[in-house]
Design a protein around this ligand. Structure first.
Ligand SMILES: C[S@@+](CC[C@H](N)C(=O)[O-])C[C@H]1O[C@@H](n2cnc3c(N)ncnc32)[C@H](O)[C@@H]1O
Length: 271
């Protein structure tokens, strides 16, 4: 369904649950390392269908997942219901404007490859800080521009086939640059000393071939779907397909199945 908000339309276009299915192990492993305890109040921003929200709830936290895509919120609530997790709720919202959420409410705000995709990054930083209680933490996972691993390269290749974004558009990948992160949180009142950075890895596990995994992105991942639509208009879709297949094959570490590691920047902010 089309939408007036291009950011929302991008993520409602496909079915990100298909990609998320390949990210569950790494999502769970990351959450295990966050020191989540029973009763902790957790917000997962740009949560998708709950790759990190669901394991956080299994650890006993009170979890709210917020995502701009209606279909992913619905998928998340179905997953929570199926597992009987009454401490996990998903609702629609925009990371650039969390007006429905009160100040100083959460012990932990997680956003793994989520809030980075929202427009207005300074507003996003401000909102994340606003809803975190003093003494609480924000943990972001952000893809790194020009990194040689999978997702940065998919997004780079996809954007080279897509028409240039409108004037003033800030690339989501800028969240993978430490200087930008520091500047955005500084504007939200958090000094650089309270921010720490680490390189981390997510592994995508797909029970098929690397080319089969490319097909999943082509059919279900908004940014890649848009790239193929644009490439088709210019007769370049075979070229795009080939470039992605080469990338996925090159990066694959699995045999018989597809297993592809991708590097990201983990940002921890003490509020
Ligand atoms: C790459 S997916 C990651 C989803 C999930 N965090 C995971 O790791 O599986 C990006 C998510 O961010 C959401 N998103 C994009 N822009 C957003 C915004 N402005 N506010 C809230 N969520 C947003 C998308 O709908 C999508 O679910």
């Amino acid at each position: 369904m089309s939408s007036m908000n291009p950011n929302k339309a991008l993520w409602e276009k496909g079915d990100f649950t298909r990609i998320a299915e390949t990210m569950r192990e790494s999502g769970e492993a990351l959450v295990q390392r966050l020191g989540i305890t029973k009763g902790m109040k957790v917000l997962d921003l740009g949560c998708g269908d709950g790759t990190t929200a669901l394991p956080a709830a299994k650890l006993g936290a009170e979890v709210l997942g917020v995502d701009i895509a209606h279909n992913l919120v619905e998928a998340g609530n179905k997953r929570a219901a199926k597992r009987g997790l009454t401490n996990l709720k998903f609702q629609e919202g925009d990371a650039s404007n969390l007006e429905q959420l009160p100040d100083k409410n959460f012990d932990l705000v997680i956003s793994v490859f989520g809030a980075m995709f929202a427009p207005k990054p300074f507003d996003v930083a401000k909102e994340m800080v606003r809803v975190t209680r003093p003494g609480g933490r924000i943990v972001m996972g952000n893809w790194i521009p020009n990194d040689p691993t999978l997702v940065a390269q998919i997004l780079k290749i996809s954007s080279s086939y897509t028409p240039p974004p409108p004037e003033g558009f800030v690339s989501p990948m800028t969240w993978g640059v430490e200087g930008n992160v520091i500047e955005r949180f500084a504007a939200a009142g958090v000094p650089a000393e309270k921010i720490s950075f680490a390189r981390d890895t997510f592994i995508f596990n797909f029970s098929g071939t690397p080319s089969g995994f490319v097909d999943e992105f082509r059919k279900y991942y908004g940014p890649t779907m848009n790239a193929f639509e644009a490439a088709e208009k210019n007769g370049r879709s075979a070229e795009l397909q080939k470039e992605l297949e080469e990338l996925f094959n090159r990066q694959n570490k699995g045999t018989g199945v597809t297993s592809i590691p991708a590097t990201f920047l983990r940002v921890t902010v003490a509020v």
